[in-house]
Design a protein around this ligand. Structure first.
Ligand SMILES: CC(=O)[C@@H](O)[C@H](O)COP(=O)(O)O
Ligand SMILES: NCC(=O)COP(=O)(O)O
Length: 260
């Protein structure tokens, strides 16, 4: 029996900034949230600098880089303005994500098949600057194979469609989306990619996906910031960590299930 690699928890603090921006002041502070999450056991912090700056702002990203002691995962669209900011910020990682101004949230994965020529120089420039590049994609074999051929070291599988189907009780769709994630994670790992996952995860879906030995990191925000209203952010981080540990422990009890 082989032990699966430890599963990292990246806490996304975007929606602390959403709340702050509702009143235009300085509170609640996403950097304080990041420090609290780290103190409670987060392995890293994720923040998405959207083109419309609806939540995280440039100054937040600079402060996160300066003030947190754990890796910063900078989510951004692949455009020249963001590239310039990322190269100045020098985060541990950049996750390239698709963006549409009018969307409510990140609705799907990057089309790395259709956009490979556009993405290539972004991956090269960020990698040359020592930034670990991740591509936020659907668990689609064509997208995964193209991500591997673009030599991005990491993909993050968009789990939104699966999580929505679980929450809405659409069992058949949830099962189909889950099978896509399982197959996608295996394919990506066998192609040498490090595999992360995120979007829409809650305690139950995080526990379940933690049972996939190929997954090295989960990035979770919206649910945790909402849950923090009821049990506090530190309590939410600890409860999420416990859910992830339960998923990993179940995996460890299955013979030969940990060969990621
Ligand atoms: C890329 C991603 O999944 C997260 O950044 C998520 O988008 C959180 O922010 P939004 O709710 O603004 O989409
Ligand atoms: N990349 C996904 C992420 O950072 C968090 O997404 P969500 O939990 O806010 O939906």
């Amino acid at each position: 029996m082989t032990k699966a690699p430890p599963l990292r928890l990246g806490v996304n603090v975007d929606h602390v900034a959403t709340l702050r921006n509702a009143r235009g002041g300085a509170r609640p502070d996403p950097v304080r949230a990041a420090l609290t999450a780290i103190e409670a056991g987060a392995d890293g912090i994720t923040a998405h600098l959207r083109e419309d700056r609806r939540h995280i702002r440039d100054a937040d990203m600079a402060r996160l880089k300066a003030e947190i002691s754990k890796p910063l995962n900078f989510e951004m669209a692949a455009n020249d303005d963001m590239l310039r900011i990322a190269l100045v910020t020098k985060p541990h990682a950049v996750c390239l994500v698709p963006e549409r101004r009018e969307e409510l949230t990140t609705e799907g994965g990057l089309d790395v098949v259709g956009q490979h020529n556009v993405l290539k120089p972004f991956i090269a420039k960020l990698s040359d600057a020592g930034v670990r590049v991740s591509l936020f994609i659907a668990a689609d074999p064509r997208q995964i194979e193209m991500a591997a051929s673009l030599r991005a070291p990491v993909i993050e599988i968009h789990t939104g469609a699966w999580c929505d189907a679980v929450v809405d009780g659409h069992t058949a769709k949830a099962d189909a989306e889950w099978q896509r994630i399982v197959a996608g994670a295996r394919l990506a790992r066998s192609a040498g990619l490090e595999v992360h996952a995120g979007h829409g995860l809650d305690y139950a879906t995080s526990e379940k996906i933690a049972g996939l030995p190929e997954i090295a990191e989960l990035n979770i925000g919206y649910f945790m910031i909402g849950e923090a209203l009821f049990v506090g952010l530190a309590g939410t981080v600890r409860a999420m960590r416990a859910a992830m540990d339960r998923g990993r422990e179940r995996l460890a009890s299955q013979p030969d299930a940990g060969n990621a």
